[in-house]
Structure formats: C-alpha cells, structure tokens
Design a binder for this molecule. Structure first.
Ligand SMILES: *[C@@H]1O[C@H](CO)[C@@H](O)[C@H](O)[C@H]1NC(C)=O
Ligand SMILES: *[C@@H]1O[C@H](CO)[C@@H](O)[C@H](O)[C@H]1NC(C)=O
Ligand SMILES: *[C@H]1O[C@H](CO)[C@@H](O)[C@H](O)[C@H]1NC(C)=O
Length: 491
C-alpha cells in the first residue's frame, strides 16, 4: 500500500515498442505465481498505476491493441507487482514514462463530445478528498500520478464515477496523459456540446451528510444549496434551462436536496429507484455501472465451467426494506439446495475477499433487487465472469443501447423466481456449451466496466462519454421536434 510510483527512469525510454512488449510478457509470467488478496484501499492505487502503464504501452504501438488482453495483463501485473515489491520501484511505472512521449493531442474538432467544465471551487470536488492546492488553484495537477488525490476505498468506491470522469476531463487538457479522445474539455462554453458540473455528490453524501458540532445543516446539503445557487446564476444554465448540463449523482441518495431544482439536466445515475419520473428518466439520463469491489479476474485465469463448483452464488444483505422482500423468499427457497451459496453478509472488510473467491468459483451469480433496483453485485459478477442472473424487474442497465445483456446474463422475472423449483431448474438446464458462450462474452465485455486513470479506449469512462454523446443527440431530437409548429417571432 505504501507503494508509490516514482515514474523514475528514462531508462526504458528509448527501447523500441517490440522489446517493451516482450518485457511486459515476461514480467507477467514472472509474476504469475501465488494468490493475491487485496485490501479495498489498495485496490484503487493498483488500478491507477497499472492501467496507466498498460494503456500507454498500447499507445506506443500506434494501433489500438485489443483491450481484453491488455487489461487482463494489467491486473496481473499490478496485483503481483504490488504484492511482491511493496514499495520497491516496479517496471510498469517506467513504461508510463515511455508512453507519454508518444501521445498526440486530441483534436477538439474531431472529438465525440466537447465538454465545458465549470471551475467550481475545490470544496465541491477534490477538496472533499482533503486535497489542498496552492492559492487559487482549482484543480490538482493530473500529469503526475503521485499527486492525484486518492478517493477513499471500501464501499465508497462503488460510486466514485464523479471522480473518474472529472480526472479524465482534466487529463484531456494536458498533453502528458494518453487517453481516448471521446471527450475533450473546452475552455469556451459556447463551443461545448455539454456542460459538466464537477460536484462529487456521492462522496459528499457518503462523508458529509451528518451534522457535526453546532452545524444546522450538513455540509452535503450546504454544498447542494450552493450548487443550485451557482448554476442558476450562470448564463450557460439559462441558455437551455440546464438541459445541456451533465450532473453525476450516482449514489441513490446523492443530490437529494437539489435534484428537483436541477431535474432538467442530464444525470448520471445508478438507477431510477429513488427518483420521480419527471426528474430522472431514460429519455435524458445515463445509467453508469458501479465500480466493482471484487478484483477483476484476468481473462486467462478465469475458471471454466467444470472448475466452478458452485452453481449459484449470492452474498449480501438478505433483509432489505422496500423492494427487497424477494431476497428473503429466495433465501428460504434456496438455502438448503445443493451447490448453492446463499448467505448473509455485507461485502465489507474480508467479505470482499470471500465474495471475490466465491464469485470466481461459481457458474451463476444472483442479482436480486435490494432496496434499490441496482447494486454493485452485478458488476462484481461481470468481472468475475460469473454469469449474472438478474432478478430485478425495474433494473436499468448501463449501455444497454449498445450492449445485449442477454448474451451474457440470464433474466428472470421476480414472479417466476419465487416459484418453487423454477430458478434452479432453469439454471441447471443451461449446459456447458451455452454457459461457455456466455462466459466468453463476459470476458470480452468486462473491460467496459473498469474505471481507471488514465482512461483506456472502451473502458467505463470512455463508454460513459459515448453514452452521453448518444443521449445528447436524442435530447436534441426531442427539442427540435418540439419546435416544429413554433411560429417565428415577429419583431
Ligand atoms: C487569488 O485570487 C484573489 C482574488 O481573485 C487575488 O486577489 C489573489 O491575488 C490571488 N492569489 C494568487 C496567489 O494568485
Ligand atoms: C467563444 O466561442 C464563441 C463562438 O465560437 C466566440 O464567439 C467567442 O468569442 C469565444 N469566446 C472566447 C472568450 O474566446
Ligand atoms: C498497479 O497499480 C498500482 C496502483 O497504484 C500500483 O501501486 C502498482 O505499482 C501498479 N503496478 C502497476 C501496474 O503499475
């Protein structure tokens, strides 16, 4: 955990791409041995550095390399290296230095999405991570991985979407970081397709909802009030009534005070469970994946059908309020069945390790509606290549306009799932060939659910920007249609 990337040497700097390639290959195989277990806090760091190295690497080769392959290597390298070296310099950080030299600037005119980001004071974003810049410094320097403030680990991380998107926009302004060019930050809001509101609303909810001392309002509420006040005063907001604004509110309870006033904006959400239809809906909003909390299984190490002894896996809180009744019903139906792992237990502390191991040893992983339609469990299942069984009638899924979930998931209506024998009969009837096809597909799409810095082509950050771009077109379509019979104003 104390490992810092020193990005030290210019040593590898002049090696040709080919030799680097073999270098990685050999590091991977050297580091292959042993079981890894990560503490949640360290997971974050690992992802940061490792993916960097890998993406930069692929960049050097001027042709994008297939992601599944590389990202699986990334996770191997990163976990093993960090386990082994514990603070000693690791080869991968040097590669990051190499890649940097090769980067081309994103062309603002060709980017899918030009994004204007308000320079909100740090109180709204990195200040919540205890980051302090120099006088009048609004943003951290994102060139140097050592100076990027870390997001708190554990379960906070599952809603860290705000953080990854903001970092990615900042990175788009510096030529030193290689990343995909789907979105670029522009400094002039009239040239922007979308206006990004950099408020870390989930973190604000998670960390600052409680009252301290003599406070009358929580920091979380105060920030939301200030945000509303700020936005209402901006000509960018007034221009289209906020419709071209992008607000991240991934935690279902985030933005709870402000959401009504800002409902015209495009939200990035986990689901619509706690929103009124007129405030959030598929017509204008984006569903983003949770950041998974179990570790990613490298594609090459994923257990096959016969190597997964558990047929069905579920671990989670079993008694939930609201829509969670079905969990109990399923629990009583399944708890005594053979090859079924169905237990209580939140995914905290060592629970994460157990869940990682359990999912990676299971053929099917249940995603049952809890007190919200979505949960991080689906994404944990995906990166464990455990075929998700989705029992949540109201769930909305990320990127579903471009991703056919039926190719790698099983959907079961809640009313069917609670019929005696139904679920297990269904799952037992999915035999090895069919299951293996889904598993192959899972390995292909898992990288689309990875959040990391810098972003890589086709990862979650990149997918979100593309989804925003598509949604923006459809919002524009609706707006234009409304104008059909509007009479020209007479002057
Ligand atoms: C910071 O901003 C204030 C007000 O805009 C200005 O008076 C001050 O000189 C700035 N300080 C620095 C170090 O730029
Ligand atoms: C911003 O862009 C608009 C439209 O392209 C242009 O008219 C305006 O001068 C620009 N503003 C600045 C400060 O560059
Ligand atoms: C992997 O990332 C972790 C995160 O910081 C880092 O500690 C480790 O050195 C990295 N190894 C690789 C990948 O670069």
């Amino acid at each position: 955990m104390s490992e810092k990337s020193r990005l030290p040497s210019r040593f590898l700097f002049f090696l040709i791409p080919i030799s680097m390639f073999f270098f990685i290959i050999s590091s991977v195989s050297l580091l292959q041995l042993g079981n890894i277990s990560l503490l949640p806090g360290s997971v974050f760091k690992l992802i940061l550095l490792n993916s960097t190295a890998v993406y930069l690497k692929s960049n050097v080769k001027s042709e994008p390399v297939k992601i599944p392959f590389f990202s699986s290597m990334a996770s191997q390298i990163d976990t093993k290296a960090s386990m082994r070296s514990g603070g000693v310099k690791c080869p991968n950080s040097e590669m990051a230095a190499i890649g940097k030299q090769k980067r081309e600037n994103c062309d603002h005119n060709r980017a899918l999405l030009r994004v204007y980001m308000y320079d909100l004071p740090p109180d709204f974003h990195f200040g919540l991570l205890a980051w302090k810049g120099k006088a009048n410094q609004t943003w951290p320097n994102v060139d140097d991985l050592n100076h990027i403030p870390l997001y708190p680990g554990g379960l906070n991380l599952q809603h860290s979407i705000e953080y990854w998107l903001t970092l990615d926009l900042l990175a788009s302004s510096t030529p030193k970081v290689a990343r995909p060019c789907s979105a670029v930050r522009v400094q002039n809001s009239s040239q922007a397709d979308i206006i990004f509101v950099p408020f870390f609303s989930s973190l604000s909810y998670n960390r600052h909802s409680k009252l301290h001392g003599k406070e009358k309002v929580s920091v979380n509420k105060m920030l939301q009030d200030r945000l509303v006040q700020f936005l209402m005063g901006q000509h960018e907001w007034k221009r289209y009534g906020g419709r071209d604004h992008l607000i991240v509110a991934h935690h279902p309870n985030s933005m709870i005070d402000a959401r009504k006033k800002l409902g015209s904006a495009m939200f990035i959400l986990a689901d619509f469970g706690r929103y009124l239809l007129e405030i959030a809906n598929l017509g204008k909003d984006i569903i983003a994946p949770y950041k998974h909390v179990v570790r990613t299984i490298p594609s090459g190490k994923s257990a096959q059908f016969d190597e997964r002894p558990i047929l069905v896996f579920f671990q989670g809180a079993i008694y939930r309020k609201d829509g969670g009744v079905i969990r109990q019903e399923l629990y009583y139906l399944l708890r005594d069945e053979k090859n079924v792992h169905f237990t209580f237990g939140t995914v905290r502390g060592n629970g994460i390790n157990k869940a990682s191991h359990g999912m990676a040893s299971s053929k099917f992983c249940l995603n049952i509606a809890g007190d919200t339609p979505s949960s991080n469990r689906l994404f944990d299942a995906i990166v464990s290549h455990c075929v998700p069984v989705i029992i949540s009638d109201d769930i909305e899924l990320p990127f579903e306009d471009v991703l056919d979930y039926s190719k790698f998931s099983v959907f079961v209506r809640a009313s069917d799932a609670v019929k005696k024998g139904y679920l297990l009969n269904l799952l037992r009837s999915i035999e090895r060939d069919k299951w293996t096809m889904m598993w192959e597909r899972l390995k292909d799409i898992a990288p689309q659910f990875e959040y990391q810095y810098p972003s890589q082509p086709g990862d979650a950050v990149d997918m979100i920007w593309k989804a925003v771009s598509r949604k923006r077109s459809s919002v524009q379509f609706t707006l234009n249609r409304k104008k059909r019979y509007r009479r020209p104003e007479i002057h």
